[in-house]
Design a protein. Structure first.
Length: 317
């Protein structure tokens, strides 16, 4: 229906990934963002997600007309478990990549409902709701059955119209990292380099790995980790202006940063959402990820490990 035209070719020449946005880069980013939310709904009970908190209205929190339109408020307190299961189903289909034109809207609705109504939530829920909503215009333009499908070979009008919305997502992620870095400097503990020591002692975000108490008792280590986190976030905030090679390095830096947050601060859902945000932010859309090759390599590794284990078992017997 939408063919190529000279303006689209000109735009594609100046911004290479502007006319081929519907690739598995955008698809994997959507799946990761949805998977982060899915882990919250799937691995937390309804009682925990909607537990009453001191000084907070009883969950689900339907405190305004807009919030009352959310999934959990519409279903009501009596049907919270069913609403949770419905949310899980929507997020599962989004992770699978089916019908992005329709699931994009439902994904945003579930994510916003979670952020507005859950008693227990973290920064990942807010970022997931924000990015899923920003992605809606792009998903409405994506007519593929699966967001893993190969994109059109030629530049198309829907892809060109979707690009500005994806660019807004990139700007938002850049701002998130800038705010995370600069905003922390208001706190004395971040400025003097002791913040991670106090965070490690927190009941909610405390570090839980062998030797953490000993390691975080060394002043140089705490100072390096605290200021290193600030520097990493500041560098990531400049990804929009970085060269192609620098973006590859920043993507690795960001993934390592959030892997550390997932392992040491017990925030896996937040980190999974941020992996998706980093893909949207730093990976060119026209450079598809070799997902089949990666899956094949992982399968080969698993098979080799099984074969080696089997041989050891036979030798020992």
């Amino acid at each position: 229906m939408f063919g190529t035209c000279r303006p689209l070719k000109a735009l594609s020449a100046k911004v290479p990934d502007s006319s081929h946005v519907f690739t598995n880069v955008y698809g994997l980013a959507r799946s990761l963002i949805a998977f982060g939310s899915l882990t919250t709904l799937a691995f937390s009970s309804t009682e925990v997600l909607f537990s009453p908190l001191a000084g907070v209205p009883e969950a689900p929190q339907c405190t305004s007309p807009a919030v009352s339109l959310g999934l959990f408020c519409v279903m009501g307190e009596r049907w919270l478990h069913e609403a949770r299961l419905l949310g899980i189903l929507v997020l599962l289909m989004t992770v699978a990549g089916w019908k992005p034109r329709f699931l994009g809207v439902l994904h945003a609705y579930v994510s916003l409902s979670m952020y507005m109504s859950l008693s227990v939530k973290d920064g990942g829920d807010q970022i997931a709701s924000m990015l899923s909503l920003m992605l809606v215009p792009a998903t409405l333009l994506d007519s593929r059955d699966w967001h893993w499908s190969a994109p059109p070979q030629a530049a198309t009008l829907p892809a060109a119209l979707a690009y500005p919305w994806l660019l807004i997502c990139r700007i938002q992620v850049s701002f998130l990292y800038w705010h995370a870095s600069v905003g922390k400097l208001r706190e004395t503990t971040w400025r003097n380099g002791t913040a991670l020591y106090y965070i490690s002692k927190s009941n909610m975000f405390g570090f839980a790995f062998p030797g953490s108490d000993w390691l975080l008792g060394i002043a140089v280590v705490v100072l390096s980790m605290t200021w290193g986190l600030l520097i990493a976030e500041a560098l990531l905030s400049m990804g929009l202006l970085a060269s192609a090679d620098a973006k590859k390095g920043l993507l690795i830096l960001g993934c390592l940063l959030h892997l550390g947050i997932a392992l040491f601060m017990s925030l896996p859902s937040f980190s999974i959402v941020m992996f998706g945000a980093l893909l949207l932010y730093l990976r060119p859309f026209d450079q598809e990820l070799p997902l089949r090759k990666m899956l094949s390599s992982m399968r080969d590794i698993v098979l080799r490990l099984r074969t080696t284990s089997l041989h050891h078992s036979i030798d020992n017997s």
